[in-house]
Design a protein around this ligand. Sequence first.
Ligand SMILES: O=C(O)/C=C/C(=O)CC(=O)C(=O)O
Ligand SMILES: [Mg+2]
Length: 221
Amino acid sequence: MASSRNLTRFWEWGRKIICVGRNYTEHAMELKNTIPTEPVLFLKPSSAYVREGASVLIPYYSSNLHHEVELGLVIGKLGKAISQEAAMDHVAGYVLCLDMTARDIQEECKKKGLPWTLAKAFDTSCPVSDFIPKEKIPDPHNIKIWLKVNDKVRQESNTASMIFSIPYLISYISKIIALEEGDLILTGTPKGVASVQENDEMKAGIDGILSMKFTVRKQSH
Ligand SMILES: O=C(O)/C=C/C(=O)CC(=O)C(=O)O
Ligand SMILES: [Mg+2]
């Protein structure tokens, strides 16, 4: 039976946010990571969502918050162990996302062998754009995504540079975690990640499709 919920406002449903890391060679290299042979996965809670008009917060325990602009895949129907051939049938649309990352905390977690939750999953760590219907992006492996801070370009790349394709990611993830309507997959960030400061304005976009703006504020204790 079809859901009565509005998929174009999937962030209100409280479904899963599954993030892929190190999916662009030049970004893996800028952080001195090896190039992965399988996707690197982590999760964010739905409380991480933030929409234009609200601020992105620097967590009180971090002094190095990084932006990561990413293409997001909005899942339209339930699937487990989805084949690569069927994968695109499970995509209902797209969003532009920021995977906000407390890089100083992530470095500490990596050194201590701890999970990345404090670095990646805090409230406001997942700004999202309006929903983009699937038909508006006929080839998601050939779009330009970009991010500016205070009008200066920081990230600019084509999704053609992803290491693992979208069908591969959907197939790989769904063997481990069932994908449900309203889930979001972040496909990884290209190179150029860097710090933002209080009062900075982040503007990000997909060429020819949309753009979005967020202001950075400090979280009070
Ligand atoms: O391994 C690291 O140092 C950092 C990895 C990430 O933050 C991965 C991503 O979130 C990404 O590549 O988009
Ligand atoms: Mg990321």
